[in-house]
Design a binder for this molecule. Sequence first.
Ligand SMILES: *[C@@H]1O[C@H](CO)[C@@H](O)[C@H](O)[C@H]1NC(C)=O
Ligand SMILES: *[C@@H]1O[C@H](CO)[C@@H](O)[C@H](O)[C@H]1NC(C)=O
Ligand SMILES: *[C@@H]1O[C@H](CO)[C@@H](O)[C@H](O)[C@H]1NC(C)=O
Length: 218
Amino acid sequence: MIVNRIICSCYISNLIPVIFLFSFEDNPADELVAAVNSNRTGHKSSSLFANPGLGCVALEYIKAYKGQCGDVGGNMRPPNSSFTEIFAPDCGIDAKSLGPITGRLIACQTKYVKPDEAFGLLVRDARSLEILHDKGHREVGAATVGTDGGSPYFWGVLFSSGGANGSFSFEGGAPKPNRPGCYSGANDDCSAAAVRAPAGRGLLAAVSAGVLFVLAYL
Ligand SMILES: *[C@@H]1O[C@H](CO)[C@@H](O)[C@H](O)[C@H]1NC(C)=O
Ligand SMILES: *[C@@H]1O[C@H](CO)[C@@H](O)[C@H](O)[C@H]1NC(C)=O
Ligand SMILES: *[C@@H]1O[C@H](CO)[C@@H](O)[C@H](O)[C@H]1NC(C)=O
């Protein structure tokens, strides 16, 4: 989604107001959460709170695959101990505040797609729809990251039944950016460039490897 925002409405001369408009892409992880909530409410499930702490954990979760798409397909998942030992500290989250994970959708693909297409990749069969619409979820976190400056691209959505305001809380109170990659709920602008940064040789690898796509769920 390209959003126009009025950054400055200021007077260059005494008489003529000048409005500067800047366009930029919103955070792709926030757009993925919007797609999740829109689909849930379209199917009579509640809209979920976009918890930034859970978003950051989702980013750490997909980074834990270290760019190995095949591991997603092999239904491997980071050990549960990573939540307290790696994800929470890397996000600056109080480990005691971690809530239960009630669902996950992970996809990995060599080609970068827009968030609405990523939603279609993550939710594409009966099992993933069931996870998406589960009535036990109360909050959601989404993230996306490229690997080694490019392909493959990972998309992840984690669901939790944790209380919306006490769970996955940042030690300093405020969310902090965790680059490379983008995560939802922090009200920050994170362009697709941050997903790919640092730019590099990955795109070439994507071209030569052809399109690989892999999906996994809890
Ligand atoms: C929800 O997502 C599924 C899978 O992509 C799609 O088939 C369905 O039409 C969507 N429903 C709504 C209300 O958007
Ligand atoms: C890891 O966590 C998941 C989801 O919370 C749970 O289903 C699974 O049993 C846990 N595995 C272990 C070994 O504790
Ligand atoms: C947090 O949630 C609890 C229970 O849902 C509620 O009583 C409390 O007012 C909330 N606090 C804030 C700061 O929103």
